[in-house]
Design a protein around this ligand. Structure first.
Ligand SMILES: [Zn+2]
Ligand SMILES: [Zn+2]
Length: 378
């Protein structure tokens, strides 16, 4: 089967739209006709060479939504024509998967980042037979893709697939880091560093969970304005205001109960620990090559603070994504305010707008005929 995919041939180069061939469909896989896909920072860190975790050339994209075109022989609960959101793959058999923590799957890195199936076979091929890596077993920057059943979340026919792809990674990560990772107490205080898709997902979750002081920190005033619309009680522009002084004033010098860093910048990661109250908990979630130095006694033990790692929000996508759609319908998770739509051909513009801060969550549309009667203005 022939498909058009946006591929990265070399680090630090633009996406190129190329005709590729889809390989064999395995029994536990499906072919998805892509409708749309969000662009996430993790796509960009690979494209810009900040991470070489997946071998190039590669078809990126891991916030996809589409319609099932074909099912493998062992697929039971999904049918041709079903609408699906795509998240990450997991094995389903290891202790973490069995206890409801698929993002801690012992096979996670192999399944999602190695670029191939565990047996080494590939999904995509160039015309000359060169194999092309897939990403998150999903590769949603394509007109059609092959993905595993464990990647898929079936959604109701009335759900607009053009909007919901970002629920599969960035928003799931932000929401889950708060709800499953930090588990804030009612009326507690929380600070979110970085107001991209992950940070704003965390902020909306803090609002849902009943945090009474919700502080957003960024260097773009326009983003802080959106943070206020989404429920931030306080905002700090850390390029023009003194972070420590503002936090002290807001919290009566107690510090915050919870913090999240979504920036991956060393000084910000350290600040996200320094602003904690006694017994505060911090979760750094950005993909980053950078490290921080801290004193385990002074910065953690002495004040009973905790630093926790949370991958993909420690959520079960098949449970949390339908929940996020319900919250969105009830007006509690208005993530449509973060989104801007682009044509598939304009994927490089979408990526650039995301990196320079103009667009919080770009979504590229692969199928412009989907719900043509309800245009979204691209
Ligand atoms: Zn992502
Ligand atoms: Zn597993």
């Amino acid at each position: 089967m022939k498909v058009t995919a946006a591929i990265i041939n070399e680090a630090n180069k633009n996406y190129q739209l190329e005709a590729l061939t889809l390989g064999e469909l395995y029994s536990d896989e499906v072919v998805v006709k892509m409708v749309a896909s969000g662009i996430c920072q993790s796509d960009e860190v690979v494209r810009t060479g900040k991470s070489s975790i997946t071998p190039l050339p590669a078809v990126m994209g891991h916030e996809g939504a589409g319609v099932i075109e074909k099912v493998g022989s062992a697929v039971k609960d999904l049918n041709v024509g079903d609408q699906v959101v795509m998240a990450y793959n997991y094995c389903g058999a290891c202790p973490s998967c069995r206890t409801g923590h698929p993002s801690s799957c012992s096979q996670w890195t192999t399944l999602n980042l190695s670029g191939a199936r565990p047996d080494g076979s590939h999904i995509f091929f160039k015309a000359d037979g060169t194999p092309v890596s897939s990403f998150f077993a999903q590769s949603s920057f394509a007109t059609y893709t092959i993905t595993n059943v464990n990647n898929l979340i079936k959604v109701e026919p009335e759900v607009d697939l053009r909007l919901v792809g970002p629920l599969g990674c960035g928003l799931l990560t932000g929401f889950g880091t708060v709800v499953n990772g930090l588990q804030p107490k009612t009326s507690s205080s929380i600070v979110v560093f970085g107001t991209g898709g992950v940070g704003l997902g965390a902020l909306m979750a803090a609002n849902i969970e009943g945090c009474s002081t919700i502080i957003a920190v960024d260097i773009h005033d326009s983003r802080l304005e959106i943070a206020r619309e989404l429920g931030a009680t306080h905002t700090i522009n850390s390029s023009t205001e003194h972070l420590g002084e503002r936090i002290a004033k807001i919290t009566g010098s107690l510090g915050v109960n919870y913090s999240i860093d979504t920036t991956g910048i060393s000084s910000v990661m350290k600040a996200s620990i320094d602003v904690l109250a006694i017994a505060g908990v911090s979760a750094p979630v950005a993909i980053s090559k950078d490290s921080i130095a801290f004193n385990t006694f002074k910065d953690l033990s002495l004040t009973n603070r905790k630093l926790i790692g949370v991958l993909m929000g420690d959520a079960v996508p098949q449970i949390t994504i339908p929940q996020l759609i319900r919250y969105h319908n009830e007006g509690k998770f208005p993530f449509d305010k973060l989104v801007k739509f682009y044509k598939f051909n304009d994927i490089n513009q979408a990526a650039a707008d995301s990196t320079n801060g103009q667009t919080i969550k770009p979504i590229v549309i692969m199928d412009e005929n989907y719900r043509k009667e309800e245009p979204i203005g691209i």
